[in-house]
Design a protein around this ligand. Structure first.
Ligand code: TPP
Length: 692
């Protein structure tokens, strides 16, 4: 319970009082919005109020008049369920109105149950899946170091993360903690809201770890404080901001539901039930709690006049110091106009121009190697790009980028490569944070089968509309000898579902491209770069694939530009008897089958369809040109048949895998599984007979 009874004796005491009053205001608003919405999480928000209040009012640098100021400090929330705390905080700063928070969790309100990225209102990241929020902060901290290494420390800023027991327990925190300690991200300060309560139990029911020792072992500075004591919060933040070599973890021992009381006025603090339901439902008394916090239960949605005045002054100070920083920025821009132009271009988010003809490709190589050649070109021509790999750079061929740069190490961010270690989910969430920071283009690679380890972060990238590029190689059973654990089958069908799922801007939430040869791979990368609105997945082969033949009078690189339409004809014929459909390495198998079918007197068209999502966006006329109605379609896919069934249509036939792979050389698997020209002939003949 906060103390307000003592008489005001001096300025310092008044300051203390007003800070506590502001924290209580956050508690009241948080409890009130959950009570009104009849759902939400009040307890954690009430416990964290003291920290967030001091962080925002005394430490976090931003420009209230220019929320997207690129050199602002970033604040990343991990426990999205604590949204009431953040919304209440941002109501005191004028980014939300009282009406906004009265409409918490309602249709059309800017206050969804879990925060969704909205930088203009001070929400840096979408959060909710525990563990990802603080890992995104690490991405932002890396992006900041990368940019400072190139443009100077004048643009440095802090990145703050707020984590709870849930985030600490999530496995992703292992990768996040290891990497930030390893990289010495001193610009990263994380507050651990350690209230010993989680959703269904006390933390003591599931863990006995020494969290401080764990983070220390990773190379963090760890400070443990009473997280509800403003002096200790202030002192720890002061120490953290002065640290020059290590990230800082402030373990704040906080009280769940701080200030909550029951109907008799007895303490209702530290109760698991207040984690996830309105106070009234949890067993506390909402009215008595608001009274206990010196609010008015009949009208809890109020910013106390003295708190309003205090935050007015806070905002004036923020704006004034941002003005000073911006003066310095202007001086830098005047002194280095070319660099300034470059920096502006980076932060504009505009796609760099990729000249496909400049990329040196070799025919008949694996599409992962073709991707490597593109990455090599990018490393020399796109200076604001970071590429990461989860310890597979020499296999996923992101080393095409790495060979012209070097990996980040502690104190040196002049390179542009992140060796994430074996931590795919961490890598993907870091990539999201890099993208959220702005100014940097980011790609990350691993084996396609391990995209499963990345999905939760890919999903958030898709929801947030972040232009992260995924380099997923070893795309099918043709991985071969490594066997079924390493041979993706169902993964393509899974990721293509995201082409059907629209983000809140109405875009296909992920662009998925599985190129058929080296030239399609070059164009796929061009599309990936130009796609600044959603993530792009590049699905690439391990094994060599033949370069498809160019159309008469054309070049293959020119023909391959048609992948921008999602599907296009790679072998045409008038009045075809059958259309053979595939993407990736199966296109050349279909072409080989087509040749045999033609020798048998059939007229055959072959279509390469690297992205159904893109194809569905083309005019109906084009779609009918590629797939004229009434011409039967035979699809071949190394994935599940459903991967191509949408394009093949209900009357089409798709030959794919309906089982896991097996360990054997890929040529043997081709024969065993029927991925040969001869089997194409057999399947098509049977299919056409069925149609007779
Ligand atoms: C990945 C993930 N798993 C599960 C949940 C559901 N969930 C929401 S909050 C929570 C535990 C919360 O405990 P803590 O992080 O300590 O928050 P507090 O109780 O302090 O509010 C869980 C399991 C989630 N949001 N994300």
């Amino acid at each position: 319970m906060a103390s307000h009874q003592s008489p005001v004796t001096n300025n310092q005491f008044m300051k203390k009082e007003i800070v506590n009053r502001a924290a209580d205001n956050i508690r009241i608003l948080s409890a009130a919005m959950v009570e009104k919405a009849k759902s939400g999480h009040p307890g954690g928000a009430m416990g964290g109020a003291d920290f967030i209040n001091i962080l925002f009012s005394e430490f976090l640098n931003w420009d209230p008049e220019d929320m997207t100021w690129r050199n602002r400090d970033r604040f990343f929330l991990d426990p999205g369920h604590m949204s009431p705390m953040l919304y209440s905080m941002l109501t005191l700063t004028g980014n939300f109105t009282l009406d906004d928070i009265k409409n918490f969790r309602q249709w059309g309100s800017p206050t969804p149950g879990h925060p969704e990225v909205d930088v203009k209102r001070g929400i840096e990241n979408t959060s909710g899946p525990l563990g990802q929020g603080h890992t995104m902060a690490i991405g932002a901290a890396i992006a900041e170091r990368f940019l400072c290494a190139r443009f100077g420390e004048w643009m440095s800023h802090k990145t703050y993360a707020y984590i709870s027991d849930g985030g600490i327990q999530e496995e992703i925190s292992q990768g996040a903690g290891r990497l930030s300690g390893f990289l010495g991200l001193h610009n990263l300060i994380m507050f651990f809201d350690s209230n010993d309560i989680q959703l269904s139990t006390k933390t003591s029911s599931v863990t006995a770890e020494d969290t401080a020792a764990k983070y220390s072992a990773w190379g963090w500075q760890v400070i443990t404080i009473n997280g509800n004591d403003q002096d200790e919060i202030r002192a720890s933040l002061m120490k953290a901001t002065q640290e020059k070599a290590r990230p800082t973890l402030i373990i704040g021992k906080t009280v769940m539901g701080k200030g909550a009381v029951d109907a008799n006025g007895g303490s209702f603090e530290g109760q698991t039930s207040t984690h996830g339901m309105p106070l009234g439902e949890a067993g506390a008394s909402f009215e008595k709690t608001i009274e206990n916090l010196f609010g008015n239960p009949a009208d809890p949605f109020v910013i106390f006049p003295e708190v309003a005045q205090y935050y007015k002054e806070v905002l004036q100070k923020k704006a004034a110091s941002a003005r000073v920083r911006k003066e310095e920025e202007k001086k830098w821009e005047a002194a280095f106009p070319e660099l300034a132009q470059k920096l502006n271009r980076y932060f504009s988010g505009r796609a760099p121009v990729m000249e496909v003809d400049q990329v040196v490709q070799k025919d008949d190589i694996a599409t992962r190697s073709a991707s490597s050649n593109v990455l090599s070109w990018l490393s020399k021509n796109v200076e604001n790009m970071i590429v990461a790999s989860a310890d597979l750079s020499n296999s996923d061929k992101t080393d095409g980028f790495l060979k012209n740069t070097r990996a980040f190490i502690k104190g040196d961010f002049n390179g542009a490569f992140l060796q994430a270690g074996v931590a795919e989910l961490t890598m993907a969430a870091i990539a999201n944070g890099i993208a959220l920071h702005g100014g940097v283009i980011v790609a990350c690679g691993t084996f396609f089968v391990f995209s499963d380890y990345m999905k939760p972060a890919v999903r958030l990238a898709a929801l947030m509309g972040l232009p992260v590029k995924y380099v997923w190689t070893h795309d099918a059973f043709r991985v071969g000898e490594d066997g079924p654990t390493h041979q993706p089958v169902e993964q393509e069908a899974q990721i293509r579902l995201m082409e059907q799922l629209k983000n809140h801007q109405g875009e296909n939430s992920v662009l998925v491209l599985r190129p058929a040869d080296v030239h399609e791979t070059t164009h796929a990368w061009k599309l990936a770069l130009e796609n600044t609105k959603t993530p792009t997945a590049l699905i690439l082969t391990r094994q060599n694939v033949p370069t498809l033949p160019a159309q008469p009078g054309s070049t293959r690189i020119a023909d391959a530009a048609q992948i921008a339409k999602g599907a296009y004809i790679v072998k045409d014929t008038a009045n075809p008897d059958i259309i053979l459909l595939a993407n990736g390495s199966e296109v050349s198998t279909q072409l080989a089958g087509a040749q045999k079918l033609e020798e048998m007197g059939l007229k055959v068209c072959v279509v390469s369809a690297p992205s159904e999502g893109l194809f569905r966006k083309q005019p109906g006329e084009y779609q009918q040109k590629v797939f004229p109605p009434h011409v039967p379609i035979f699809g071949l896919t190394a994935g599940l048949p459903v991967t191509l069934q949408g394009l093949a249509g209900p009357k089409g036939k798709v030959f794919g895998l309906d089982h896991f792979g097996y360990s054997a050389p890929f040529r043997v698997l081709d024969e065993k599984f029927g991925f040969t020209a001869d089997n194409v002939v057999k399947q098509v003949t049977a299919f056409l007979n069925e149609l007779k």
